[in-house]
Design a protein around this ligand. Sequence first.
Ligand code: NAD
Ligand code: UDP
Length: 319
Amino acid sequence: MTLGRDSRMRILVTGGAGFLGSFLCERLVEQGHDVICVDNFYTGSKRNIDGLLGKPNFELIRHDVTFPLYVEVDRIFNLACPASPIHYQRDPVQTTKTSVHGAINMLGLAKRVKARILQASTSEVYGDPEVHPQPESYLGKVNPIGPRSCYDEGKRCAETLFFDYHRQHGLEIKVVRIFNTYGPRMHPNDGRVVSNFIVQALRGEPLTIYGDGSQTRSFCYVDDLIDGFLRMMDSPPDFTGPVNLGNPGEFTMLELAEAVLHLTGSISKLEFHRLPPDDPRQRRPDISLAGSALGWAPRVDLEDGLLDTVGYFRSIFST
Ligand code: NAD
Ligand code: UDP
Protein backbone atom coordinates (compact mmCIF):
# COMPACT_ATOMS: atom_id res chain seq x y z
CA MET A 1 0.00 0.00 0.00
CA THR A 2 1.35 3.46 -0.86
CA LEU A 3 0.38 6.44 1.22
CA GLY A 4 0.07 9.95 -0.10
CA ARG A 5 2.58 12.55 1.14
CA ASP A 6 0.03 13.89 3.66
CA SER A 7 -0.85 10.61 5.32
CA ARG A 8 2.70 9.21 5.49
CA MET A 9 4.02 9.68 9.03
CA ARG A 10 7.28 9.26 10.94
CA ILE A 11 6.47 6.77 13.65
CA LEU A 12 8.64 5.72 16.59
CA VAL A 13 8.09 2.27 18.12
CA THR A 14 10.00 1.70 21.36
CA GLY A 15 10.49 -1.99 22.14
CA GLY A 16 10.06 -2.52 18.40
CA ALA A 17 12.29 -5.62 18.28
CA GLY A 18 10.14 -7.44 20.84
CA PHE A 19 7.21 -9.79 20.31
CA LEU A 20 4.40 -7.23 19.92
CA GLY A 21 6.66 -4.42 18.70
CA SER A 22 7.94 -6.40 15.72
CA PHE A 23 4.40 -7.14 14.48
CA LEU A 24 3.48 -3.50 14.96
CA CYS A 25 6.55 -2.30 13.02
CA GLU A 26 5.68 -4.70 10.22
CA ARG A 27 2.11 -3.38 9.93
CA LEU A 28 3.27 0.27 9.96
CA VAL A 29 5.98 -0.37 7.35
CA GLU A 30 3.42 -2.18 5.18
CA GLN A 31 1.13 0.85 5.45
CA GLY A 32 3.96 2.97 4.01
CA HIS A 33 4.96 4.97 7.11
CA ASP A 34 8.56 5.80 8.02
CA VAL A 35 9.21 3.64 11.07
CA ILE A 36 11.96 4.11 13.64
CA CYS A 37 12.38 1.08 15.89
CA VAL A 38 14.19 1.73 19.19
CA ASP A 39 15.27 -1.23 21.31
CA ASN A 40 18.06 -2.16 23.73
CA PHE A 41 17.57 -5.90 22.99
CA TYR A 42 16.96 -6.75 26.64
CA THR A 43 14.34 -9.31 25.57
CA GLY A 44 13.90 -8.46 21.90
CA SER A 45 16.08 -9.65 19.04
CA LYS A 46 17.18 -8.66 15.55
CA ARG A 47 15.69 -11.92 14.31
CA ASN A 48 12.20 -10.55 15.03
CA ILE A 49 12.77 -7.67 12.62
CA ASP A 50 14.93 -9.50 10.08
CA GLY A 51 12.36 -9.00 7.34
CA LEU A 52 12.35 -5.23 7.90
CA LEU A 53 16.04 -4.39 8.14
CA GLY A 54 16.60 -3.78 4.42
CA LYS A 55 13.44 -1.72 3.86
CA PRO A 56 13.95 1.95 2.99
CA ASN A 57 11.15 3.07 5.34
CA PHE A 58 12.50 1.16 8.38
CA GLU A 59 15.31 2.25 10.69
CA LEU A 60 16.71 0.55 13.80
CA ILE A 61 18.31 2.43 16.71
CA ARG A 62 19.90 0.53 19.60
CA HIS A 63 18.98 2.67 22.58
CA ASP A 64 17.80 2.33 26.18
CA VAL A 65 14.67 4.43 26.79
CA THR A 66 15.80 5.24 30.34
CA PHE A 67 18.08 7.75 28.58
CA PRO A 68 16.77 10.72 26.58
CA LEU A 69 16.26 10.28 22.86
CA TYR A 70 16.28 13.00 20.22
CA VAL A 71 14.40 12.17 17.02
CA GLU A 72 11.77 14.01 15.01
CA VAL A 73 8.53 12.01 14.76
CA ASP A 74 4.76 12.46 14.41
CA ARG A 75 3.67 9.51 16.52
CA ILE A 76 5.13 7.31 19.26
CA PHE A 77 4.11 3.81 20.36
CA ASN A 78 5.79 3.21 23.73
CA LEU A 79 6.19 -0.56 24.15
CA ALA A 80 9.69 -0.82 25.64
CA CYS A 81 9.52 -2.98 28.78
CA PRO A 82 10.06 -6.68 29.44
CA ALA A 83 6.62 -8.32 29.73
CA SER A 84 7.23 -11.84 31.00
CA PRO A 85 7.41 -12.28 34.81
CA ILE A 86 10.76 -14.13 34.67
CA HIS A 87 12.28 -11.35 32.57
CA TYR A 88 10.85 -8.36 34.41
CA GLN A 89 11.82 -9.89 37.77
CA ARG A 90 15.42 -10.59 36.69
CA ASP A 91 16.39 -6.92 37.18
CA PRO A 92 13.40 -5.35 38.95
CA VAL A 93 15.04 -1.95 39.46
CA GLN A 94 15.70 -1.68 35.73
CA THR A 95 12.08 -2.73 35.06
CA THR A 96 10.70 0.16 37.12
CA LYS A 97 13.23 2.54 35.54
CA THR A 98 12.22 1.39 32.06
CA SER A 99 8.54 2.05 32.75
CA VAL A 100 8.94 5.30 34.68
CA HIS A 101 12.08 6.98 33.26
CA GLY A 102 11.18 5.54 29.85
CA ALA A 103 7.72 7.16 30.05
CA ILE A 104 9.20 10.49 31.18
CA ASN A 105 11.71 10.48 28.31
CA MET A 106 9.16 9.49 25.66
CA LEU A 107 6.58 11.98 26.98
CA GLY A 108 9.24 14.70 26.98
CA LEU A 109 10.05 13.82 23.39
CA ALA A 110 6.34 13.85 22.45
CA LYS A 111 5.96 17.26 24.09
CA ARG A 112 8.95 18.73 22.25
CA VAL A 113 7.91 17.49 18.80
CA LYS A 114 4.12 17.66 19.46
CA ALA A 115 3.65 13.97 18.70
CA ARG A 116 0.68 11.82 19.64
CA ILE A 117 1.84 9.07 22.02
CA LEU A 118 0.41 5.65 22.91
CA GLN A 119 1.33 3.73 26.04
CA ALA A 120 1.32 -0.09 26.12
CA SER A 121 -0.10 -0.53 29.60
CA THR A 122 -1.30 -3.79 31.04
CA SER A 123 -4.07 -5.70 32.81
CA GLU A 124 -1.52 -5.96 35.65
CA VAL A 125 -2.64 -2.48 36.73
CA TYR A 126 -5.71 -4.34 38.12
CA GLY A 127 -3.44 -6.64 40.17
CA ASP A 128 -5.29 -9.61 41.69
CA PRO A 129 -8.75 -8.24 40.87
CA GLU A 130 -11.80 -8.30 43.16
CA VAL A 131 -14.06 -7.22 40.29
CA HIS A 132 -14.66 -9.67 37.46
CA PRO A 133 -14.48 -9.12 34.51
CA GLN A 134 -12.35 -5.99 34.80
CA PRO A 135 -13.74 -2.71 33.37
CA GLU A 136 -11.44 0.31 32.95
CA SER A 137 -13.19 1.99 35.90
CA TYR A 138 -11.89 -0.68 38.34
CA LEU A 139 -8.97 0.83 40.26
CA GLY A 140 -7.21 -2.46 40.99
CA LYS A 141 -5.74 -4.40 43.90
CA VAL A 142 -1.98 -4.23 43.52
CA ASN A 143 0.67 -5.17 46.07
CA PRO A 144 3.20 -2.28 46.07
CA ILE A 145 6.07 -4.31 47.58
CA GLY A 146 5.91 -7.81 46.05
CA PRO A 147 7.98 -9.44 43.28
CA ARG A 148 5.48 -8.35 40.59
CA SER A 149 5.35 -4.75 41.85
CA CYS A 150 8.29 -3.49 39.74
CA TYR A 151 6.16 -4.18 36.68
CA ASP A 152 2.65 -3.45 38.02
CA GLU A 153 3.53 -0.25 39.86
CA GLY A 154 5.93 0.87 37.10
CA LYS A 155 3.10 0.59 34.58
CA ARG A 156 0.65 2.32 36.96
CA CYS A 157 3.08 5.20 37.44
CA ALA A 158 3.57 5.42 33.66
CA GLU A 159 -0.22 5.81 33.27
CA THR A 160 -0.13 8.59 35.89
CA LEU A 161 2.61 10.37 33.94
CA PHE A 162 0.67 10.04 30.68
CA PHE A 163 -2.45 11.61 32.19
CA ASP A 164 -0.49 14.39 33.92
CA TYR A 165 1.32 15.30 30.67
CA HIS A 166 -2.11 15.33 29.03
CA ARG A 167 -3.70 17.57 31.70
CA GLN A 168 -0.67 19.77 32.33
CA HIS A 169 0.82 20.08 28.83
CA GLY A 170 -2.13 19.23 26.56
CA LEU A 171 -0.35 16.21 25.07
CA GLU A 172 -2.40 13.87 22.86
CA ILE A 173 -2.21 10.57 24.73
CA LYS A 174 -3.62 7.09 24.17
CA VAL A 175 -3.45 4.39 26.86
CA VAL A 176 -4.24 0.74 26.12
CA ARG A 177 -4.37 -1.93 28.83
CA ILE A 178 -3.26 -5.17 27.20
CA PHE A 179 -4.44 -8.54 28.50
CA ASN A 180 -2.29 -11.68 27.94
CA THR A 181 -1.38 -11.79 24.26
CA TYR A 182 0.31 -14.68 22.47
CA GLY A 183 1.37 -15.77 19.00
CA PRO A 184 4.29 -16.62 16.73
CA ARG A 185 7.64 -15.00 17.58
CA MET A 186 7.27 -15.40 21.33
CA HIS A 187 10.70 -16.39 22.63
CA PRO A 188 10.92 -20.14 23.41
CA ASN A 189 12.38 -19.24 26.85
CA ASP A 190 10.01 -16.34 27.36
CA GLY A 191 8.50 -18.03 30.43
CA ARG A 192 4.90 -17.03 29.70
CA VAL A 193 2.36 -19.79 29.92
CA VAL A 194 1.38 -20.20 26.25
CA SER A 195 4.95 -20.49 24.97
CA ASN A 196 6.01 -22.65 27.93
CA PHE A 197 3.22 -25.19 27.37
CA ILE A 198 3.71 -25.38 23.58
CA VAL A 199 7.49 -25.73 23.84
CA GLN A 200 7.16 -28.37 26.58
CA ALA A 201 4.50 -30.30 24.62
CA LEU A 202 6.59 -30.31 21.42
CA ARG A 203 9.69 -31.48 23.30
CA GLY A 204 7.75 -34.22 25.12
CA GLU A 205 8.59 -32.60 28.48
CA PRO A 206 6.07 -32.24 31.34
CA LEU A 207 3.80 -29.18 31.18
CA THR A 208 4.56 -27.04 34.25
CA ILE A 209 1.31 -26.03 35.98
CA TYR A 210 1.82 -23.42 38.68
CA GLY A 211 -0.50 -23.95 41.67
CA ASP A 212 -3.48 -26.23 41.02
CA GLY A 213 -4.06 -24.74 37.55
CA SER A 214 -7.49 -23.34 38.44
CA GLN A 215 -6.38 -19.69 37.99
CA THR A 216 -7.77 -18.12 34.82
CA ARG A 217 -6.45 -15.90 32.03
CA SER A 218 -7.90 -14.54 28.77
CA PHE A 219 -5.66 -14.96 25.75
CA CYS A 220 -5.63 -12.59 22.78
CA TYR A 221 -4.03 -13.47 19.45
CA VAL A 222 -1.33 -11.01 18.38
CA ASP A 223 -2.96 -9.93 15.08
CA ASP A 224 -6.12 -8.88 16.91
CA LEU A 225 -4.13 -6.88 19.41
CA ILE A 226 -2.14 -5.00 16.76
CA ASP A 227 -5.41 -4.11 15.06
CA GLY A 228 -6.57 -2.63 18.39
CA PHE A 229 -3.31 -0.62 18.73
CA LEU A 230 -3.78 0.92 15.27
CA ARG A 231 -7.44 1.77 15.86
CA MET A 232 -6.58 3.37 19.19
CA MET A 233 -3.78 5.48 17.70
CA ASP A 234 -6.13 6.69 14.95
CA SER A 235 -9.05 7.41 17.31
CA PRO A 236 -10.25 11.02 17.80
CA PRO A 237 -7.87 13.24 19.83
CA ASP A 238 -10.26 13.54 22.79
CA PHE A 239 -10.33 9.76 23.34
CA THR A 240 -7.42 9.06 25.68
CA GLY A 241 -8.48 5.70 27.12
CA PRO A 242 -7.47 3.83 29.16
CA VAL A 243 -9.05 1.11 27.09
CA ASN A 244 -8.84 -2.64 27.65
CA LEU A 245 -7.62 -4.74 24.71
CA GLY A 246 -7.91 -8.48 25.09
CA ASN A 247 -9.98 -11.52 24.27
CA PRO A 248 -12.78 -12.10 26.78
CA GLY A 249 -12.64 -15.91 26.40
CA GLU A 250 -11.53 -17.10 29.86
CA PHE A 251 -9.67 -20.36 30.51
CA THR A 252 -8.08 -22.08 33.49
CA MET A 253 -4.42 -23.06 33.07
CA LEU A 254 -5.54 -26.71 33.17
CA GLU A 255 -7.89 -26.05 30.23
CA LEU A 256 -5.06 -24.35 28.36
CA ALA A 257 -2.75 -27.32 29.02
CA GLU A 258 -5.42 -29.74 27.72
CA ALA A 259 -5.90 -27.64 24.58
CA VAL A 260 -2.15 -27.55 23.89
CA LEU A 261 -1.82 -31.32 24.39
CA HIS A 262 -4.75 -31.91 22.03
CA LEU A 263 -3.45 -29.56 19.29
CA THR A 264 0.12 -30.84 19.41
CA GLY A 265 -0.84 -34.52 19.78
CA SER A 266 1.70 -34.64 22.62
CA ILE A 267 1.67 -37.27 25.37
CA SER A 268 3.46 -34.99 27.85
CA LYS A 269 2.34 -35.28 31.47
CA LEU A 270 1.31 -32.41 33.75
CA GLU A 271 3.72 -31.42 36.53
CA PHE A 272 2.49 -29.24 39.41
CA HIS A 273 4.75 -26.47 40.79
CA ARG A 274 4.41 -23.85 43.53
CA LEU A 275 2.18 -20.89 42.60
CA PRO A 276 4.35 -17.74 42.35
CA PRO A 277 3.54 -15.00 44.94
CA ASP A 278 0.80 -12.50 43.97
CA ASP A 279 -0.18 -14.56 40.90
CA PRO A 280 -3.66 -13.20 40.01
CA ARG A 281 -6.46 -15.76 40.57
CA GLN A 282 -8.58 -14.65 37.63
CA ARG A 283 -8.47 -12.24 34.73
CA ARG A 284 -10.88 -11.33 31.95
CA PRO A 285 -11.27 -8.01 30.15
CA ASP A 286 -14.51 -6.14 29.86
CA ILE A 287 -14.07 -4.91 26.28
CA SER A 288 -17.30 -2.94 25.88
CA LEU A 289 -15.39 0.37 25.72
CA ALA A 290 -13.07 -0.92 22.95
CA GLY A 291 -16.22 -1.99 21.07
CA SER A 292 -18.07 1.30 21.37
CA ALA A 293 -15.12 3.72 21.05
CA LEU A 294 -12.94 1.86 18.54
CA GLY A 295 -15.33 -0.61 16.86
CA TRP A 296 -12.83 -3.26 17.95
CA ALA A 297 -13.35 -6.87 18.97
CA PRO A 298 -10.98 -9.83 18.69
CA ARG A 299 -11.69 -12.28 15.84
CA VAL A 300 -9.29 -15.16 16.39
CA ASP A 301 -10.45 -17.82 18.85
CA LEU A 302 -8.03 -19.65 21.10
CA GLU A 303 -7.90 -22.88 19.08
CA ASP A 304 -7.02 -21.11 15.79
CA GLY A 305 -4.47 -18.86 17.47
CA LEU A 306 -2.83 -21.77 19.26
CA LEU A 307 -2.65 -23.74 15.99
CA ASP A 308 -0.71 -20.88 14.35
CA THR A 309 1.56 -20.57 17.36
CA VAL A 310 2.21 -24.33 17.47
CA GLY A 311 3.03 -24.15 13.72
CA TYR A 312 5.56 -21.38 14.42
CA PHE A 313 7.33 -23.30 17.20
CA ARG A 314 7.39 -26.49 15.08
CA SER A 315 9.05 -24.50 12.29
CA ILE A 316 11.77 -22.98 14.48
CA PHE A 317 12.53 -26.34 16.11
CA SER A 318 12.90 -28.05 12.73
CA THR A 319 15.48 -25.55 11.38
P1 NAD B 1 8.87 -8.26 24.80
O1 NAD B 1 9.70 -8.52 26.01
O2 NAD B 1 8.92 -9.24 23.69
O3 NAD B 1 9.18 -6.82 24.18
C1 NAD B 1 9.66 -5.74 24.93
C2 NAD B 1 10.73 -5.05 24.11
O4 NAD B 1 11.19 -3.90 24.84
C3 NAD B 1 11.95 -5.94 23.86
O5 NAD B 1 12.32 -5.87 22.51
C4 NAD B 1 13.01 -5.36 24.78
O6 NAD B 1 14.33 -5.60 24.32
C5 NAD B 1 12.64 -3.89 24.78
N1 NAD B 1 13.12 -3.16 25.97
C6 NAD B 1 13.04 -3.53 27.28
N2 NAD B 1 13.60 -2.59 28.06
C7 NAD B 1 14.01 -1.59 27.23
C8 NAD B 1 14.67 -0.35 27.44
N3 NAD B 1 15.00 0.07 28.67
N4 NAD B 1 14.97 0.42 26.35
C9 NAD B 1 14.64 0.00 25.10
N5 NAD B 1 14.03 -1.17 24.85
C10 NAD B 1 13.72 -1.96 25.90
O7 NAD B 1 7.36 -8.09 25.34
P2 NAD B 1 6.00 -7.88 24.53
O8 NAD B 1 5.10 -8.99 24.90
O9 NAD B 1 6.27 -7.58 23.11
O10 NAD B 1 5.43 -6.57 25.26
C11 NAD B 1 5.51 -5.29 24.67
C12 NAD B 1 4.81 -4.27 25.57
O11 NAD B 1 3.44 -4.65 25.76
C13 NAD B 1 5.43 -4.16 26.95
O12 NAD B 1 5.42 -2.80 27.35
C14 NAD B 1 4.50 -4.96 27.83
O13 NAD B 1 4.49 -4.49 29.15
C15 NAD B 1 3.16 -4.73 27.14
N6 NAD B 1 2.23 -5.83 27.43
C16 NAD B 1 2.36 -7.04 26.80
C17 NAD B 1 1.49 -8.07 27.11
C18 NAD B 1 1.55 -9.42 26.44
O14 NAD B 1 0.78 -10.30 26.80
N7 NAD B 1 2.40 -9.64 25.46
C19 NAD B 1 0.50 -7.88 28.09
C20 NAD B 1 0.41 -6.64 28.72
C21 NAD B 1 1.28 -5.62 28.38
N1 UDP C 1 1.83 -20.48 34.46
C1 UDP C 1 1.83 -21.87 34.56
N2 UDP C 1 2.87 -22.54 34.01
C2 UDP C 1 3.89 -21.95 33.36
C3 UDP C 1 3.90 -20.52 33.25
C4 UDP C 1 2.85 -19.83 33.82
O1 UDP C 1 0.91 -22.47 35.13
O2 UDP C 1 4.81 -22.66 32.88
C5 UDP C 1 0.69 -19.74 35.02
C6 UDP C 1 1.06 -18.53 35.88
O3 UDP C 1 1.24 -18.92 37.23
C7 UDP C 1 -0.16 -17.64 35.70
C8 UDP C 1 -0.61 -17.94 34.27
O4 UDP C 1 -0.01 -19.18 33.91
O5 UDP C 1 -1.19 -18.01 36.58
C9 UDP C 1 -0.18 -16.87 33.25
O6 UDP C 1 1.21 -16.65 33.43
P1 UDP C 1 2.05 -15.71 32.46
O7 UDP C 1 3.44 -15.65 33.01
O8 UDP C 1 1.88 -16.17 31.05
O9 UDP C 1 1.33 -14.29 32.55
P2 UDP C 1 0.77 -13.40 33.77
O10 UDP C 1 0.87 -14.13 35.06
O11 UDP C 1 1.62 -12.18 33.75
O12 UDP C 1 -0.65 -13.17 33.40
